[in-house]
Design a protein around this ligand. Structure first.
Ligand code: XIL
Length: 353
């Protein structure tokens, strides 16, 4: 009998396949993302980072980038008019540096988590402008050389593409009320001046695919880049549900933005599951995994999409259950830090599968 392959060859193949799949399973996400030329990040909270070794170990092993979930927001980092609170975010940045992780700064200009000394201070637009310039300049220069990218402005548009009415825009605003994106332009200029080497991002939710909001953001970025207003990137938050998102629309949106010369990052990915009937079913976990895969693949398909960041990494610590009661299990690791199907689908996407 003529054998098409030598005796024992099948066994060797089986052993090799087993070793390869074991290697894939042991392969931390960050190495796979490195090989794909992308950063893979997570939003991180100070308390578990400093008290739970499973949290800090998993984070350092699996992720190449961190975002402070709350600790760099206005109310946390600038709690009094003449008081900055750098201690917690400094500790987090030091952890990132010790573990060779990049740090994204989040966020300088947002309508939420603004302290009451600002919202209740009765300030005029001129006074608010001086306060915001001081805030941006102080925070960005404090982290110059340590935070490589800033979400300078977060969530400034409504879903219909109009500008959101906020304390910074028009209530009373920093002096550009009714002038469209002029106030956004001003704050990007302040951020650029505070650290010319930091990459400055506009970040929003619900503008991942093609719709009125993403059209408005696209128009702003087109205008800014045409006029030389500093902007280097657009963050697509990507807080998704089991309905998922059209990967083709996300890819098209990434393409049109990057055609303007800016980079794109997925900044806050999570996929919340409906838990009103109990813990997630295998079907829900598999559906979630395929949504994670779609999002990672959309980013991987464009060289100017530079990072995929999750809003957390373990279901033990996620904003979802308290903001969307009845929903949860949104992240790639479960509450006991075991990888879920979503973890393996992300890993496979980064490995090109
Ligand atoms: C959320 C945090 O996860 C919560 O801990 C906090 O109470 C509220 O903010 N979009 C953003 C993030 O840009 O800053 C938000 O983070 C989630 C939605």
């Amino acid at each position: 009998m003529i054998r098409p392959y030598p005796a024992g060859f099948k066994t060797i193949i089986l052993i090799t396949a087993f070793l390869l799949s074991a290697a894939a399973k042991a392969q931390p996400l960050r190495q796979a993302a490195d090989m794909a030329g992308k950063l893979v990040g997570a939003a991180v909270s100070y308390d578990p980072l400093t008290t739970e070794s499973d949290y800090s170990d998993t984070l350092a092993r699996e992720f190449s980038q961190m975002t402070c979930e709350n600790e760099m927001k206005f109310s946390s980092i600038h709690p009094g008019q003449f008081t900055y609170a750098f201690s917690k975010p400094d500790t987090m940045v030091a952890f990132a540096q010790a573990n060779l992780m990049s740090v994204r700064g989040h966020t300088l200009v947002w309508h939420n988590q603004v302290p009451s000394w600002v919202t209740g201070g009765g300030f005029s637009p001129d006074e608010l402008s001086a306060i915001l310039q001081d805030h941006i300049t102080t925070v960005v220069s404090h982290y110059a050389g340590q935070v490589y990218a800033w979400d300078v402005v977060n969530e400034a548009f409504n879903n219909d593409g109009s500008l959101r009415s906020t304390i910074w825009y028009d209530s009373p605003g920093i002096g550009f009320a009714g002038q469209g994106t002029a106030y956004i332009e001003q704050v990007f200029r302040w951020a650029r001046a505070a650290d010319p080497n930091a990459v400055v991002f506009y970040n929003d939710f619900g503008a991942e695919g093609l719709n009125a909001k993403s059209d408005a953001i696209y128009s702003m970025v087109a205008d800014f880049t045409a006029r030389g207003v500093p902007i280097d990137g657009v963050g697509l938050q990507m807080h998704l549900t089991e309905s998922g998102i059209s990967a083709a629309d996300v890819a098209a949106n990434i393409q049109r933005l990057t055609d303007l010369g800016v980079q794109v990052q997925i900044t806050e990915l999570d996929v919340r599951l409906d838990l009103r009937n109990g813990p997630p079913t295998q079907e829900q976990l598999d559906r979630q995994a395929s949504i994670y895969h779609d999002v990672a693949t959309a980013c991987l398909s464009n060289p100017s999409c530079t990072a995929v960041t999750m809003w957390g990494f373990t279901d033990k610590h996620s904003w979802i259950p308290s903001f969307f009661p009845g929903f949860g299990a949104a992240l790639p690791f479960d509450e006991t830090y075991q990888p879920k199907p979503a973890y393996y689908s992300l890993l496979n996407a980064f490995l090109g599968n």
